[in-house]
Design a protein around this ligand. Structure first.
Ligand SMILES: O=C(O)CCC(=O)C(=O)O
Length: 331
């Protein structure tokens, strides 16, 4: 779906990607890419709804439940509820429920968690060992860089708010189709951020009176088919829309040195320690500006912005934006 006035780019599709091709041709560009034909193991043939229910069993999972399919983290329009995994899968796969929490058409989403969710990142191999046997994690990074491996299971139509994570990410679509829209970290100033999330919830027909800058954000889009893997570099914003009931697995890994990350971050979305420190210092600088009358505050704020731009922005990387349709093979 094209939004009036905004520039749209199709995420390039690469076929026959192995570790060597990924590390040499794709990873250094720090841009999203759809990887087709990556070996993901027998999950692609096996993960029917019945098989998932049987193999996943009745282990309890905490899920998001919402009366509308657009989940909104800023206004929390959803509930967290606990269900046995097999019951959850059944409910996420059906469009009308006989047992429900809010309404018979409610939508479901699972982002699996670690055994101790406040401390431990999710790892499919620990929480769902029977199913994890069917999924091969692509060997595109060193084992010590591994951070987490997360189940992503959505009702048809489920849309997840636009956000960024601080780890590199391979989002593997195992069953069902999913649309993903991405925005570059360089477009952060057009996204109306509240922490790691964009306030612009309806990215297809945004309220441009409220969010006039949003049209300036370049929209990268792809549709993932079963077997596709999307590389989402750290800090790239993403918004997902399940076009069908779908099961995905994503793997986060560290791009920076281990000590750069917040140690108490089971989700992989806390800013690196140096960035968090810089943001705190900025808050203190803003408090200091409050001591000045408005015209002086304005002048020194502009000087600060210039200082930041001149000393911390990097030049635009010299990578041509590839334009091709999702079925076109760019590699
Ligand atoms: O696939 C989804 O539903 C969301 C994926 C996501 O947000 C992620 O991989 O970080």
């Amino acid at each position: 779906m094209m939004m009036q006035g905004s520039e749209e780019v199709t995420v390039p599709v690469y076929t026959a990607v192995d570790r060597e091709v990924f590390l040499k041709d794709i990873y250094p560009m720090r841009r999203p890419a759809v990887l087709r034909g990556v070996s993901l193991g027998p999950c692609l043939d096996k993960w029917s709804m019945d098989y998932l229910r049987e193999k996943g069993g009745d282990r309890e999972v905490k899920v998001h439940v919402s009366s509308v399919p657009q989940m909104d983290f800023l206004h929390k329009n959803f509930l967290y509820r606990t269900l046995p995994f097999d019951v959850f899968v059944q409910r996420a796969a059906e469009s009308k429920h006989s047992n429900f929490f809010i309404s018979e058409k409610e939508s479901y989403y699972l982002r699996s968690l670690g055994d101790d969710p406040r401390r431990e990142p999710a790892d499919l191999r620990k929480q769902f060992p029977g199913l994890a046997e069917d999924f091969s994690i692509p060997d595109f990074f060193e084992p010590e860089q591994f951070f987490s491996c997360v189940f992503r299971i959505s009702s048809c139509g489920l849309q997840l708010w636009t956000h960024y994570d601080v780890m590199d990410n391979l989002l593997a679509q195992v069953t069902g189709k999913k649309r993903v829209v991405l925005y570059s970290p360089r477009d952060a100033q057009h996204l109306y951020l509240s922490g790691d999330k964009s306030e612009v919830l309806d990215i297809d027909s945004p309220d441009l009176e409220r969010y006039p800058e949003f049209v300036k954000a370049r929209r990268y889009e792809c549709v993932l088919e079963p077997g596709d893997v999307l590389f989402i570099p750290a800090l790239w914003f993403h918004n997902t829309l399940a076009l069908q009931f779908g099961v995905g697995v994503n793997v986060f890994w560290r791009h920076l040195k281990a000590e750069s990350y917040d140690k108490k971050d089971p989700y992989g979305n806390k800013d690196p320690v140096a960035a968090a420190r810089a943001m705190q210092v900025l808050e203190r600088a803003l408090q200091a500006l409050e001591e000045l009358p408005p015209d002086y505050r304005d002048f020194y704020a502009r000087r600060m912005v210039l200082r930041i731009q001149n000393s911390a922005y990097c030049p635009e990387p010299d990578v041509a934006v590839q334009r091709c349709s999702p079925t076109e093979d760019c590699h």
